[in-house]
Design a binder for this molecule. Structure first.
Ligand code: 5RP
Length: 231
């Protein structure tokens, strides 16, 4: 089955969870884009929702499809966030940030009563870590931050290349918040909670792509149908 169709199927199912008048966090990435487009079509038909987006890219798409956007300062408490993920495990712990929006995604998800992940079944893994873990860092003192990350990961028994994310033209990838991203290929992350806590103690680390105990539900699309995962 076409991966795009699976993303659309998950997005369509998640749309049923959105109630009229909700304050909604809207995610970033190709799966979240499918959701945003479907939401736009529903809004065009008269459905009302107030959206807070997780990236400038998603904000542009919302405007394009007619979904009204607000800042998180205007709506600091949200009912629901719908977003994609790069990986999720059976406990609904996630790796996010493949699209570089992890910081805003985590802030928006944390501000929401519920976070629902939409993904195709290939994203469900055990354990997390085949997908390189995005770590958002400040540009100042990058080398020192890299050394700290290497030290902590070694202490936790993790190893693998940690590389700065680049754009296609070879320039450094810069997030919406003006930070860099390091992608850490650890392979297997046996204790994601501990790794997240330890990495977040490094002063140069802004946030990690590990979403621990944030997602409340996942809508997973496979060729044989859509399944719901809960905690
Ligand atoms: C962006 C993200 C995305 O949700 C994640 O990368 C999944 O994207 P896609 O739906 O395109 O596979 O975390 O920062």
């Amino acid at each position: 089955m076409d991966p795009k169709e699976l993303k659309k199927a998950a997005a369509q199912e998640a749309l049923q969870l959105v109630e009229s008048g909700m304050r909604l966090g809207v995610g970033t990435g190709s799966t979240a884009d499918e959701f945003t487009k479907l939401l736009g079509a529903k809004v065009q038909a008269g459905f009302e929702v107030q959206a807070v987006t997780t990236s400038i890219k998603t904000e542009k798409l919302c405007i394009e499809v007619g979904v009204k956007t607000f800042t998180l300062d205007e709506l600091p408490e949200l009912d629901l966030t719908i977003d994609g993920a790069d990986e999720l495990d059976q406990d609904l712990q996630l790796i996010k940030g493949g699209g570089g929006a992890l910081l805003r995604e985590k802030i928006v998800a944390q501000a929401s009563k519920e976070m629902v992940v939409i993904a195709d079944a290939s994203k469900v893994v055990d354990p997390l870590g085949a997908f390189p873990l995005p770590i958002e860092v400040v540009p100042f003192g990058l080398k020192a931050t890299e050394l700290e990350i290497a030290k902590i990961s070694k202490e936790l028994g993790l190893s693998g290349p940690v590389v700065i994310r680049k754009n296609e033209d070879g320039s450094d990838f810069v997030t919406d918040g003006g930070h860099f991203i390091l992608d850490a290929s650890f392979g297997r992350i046996s204790d994601a909670k501990q790794l997240n806590e330890q990495l977040n103690l490094i002063p140069g680390v802004v946030e990690t792509g590990l979403f621990i105990d944030i997602a409340t539900k996942a809508v997973i699309a496979a060729p044989d149908g859509v399944k719901i995962m809960t905690k």
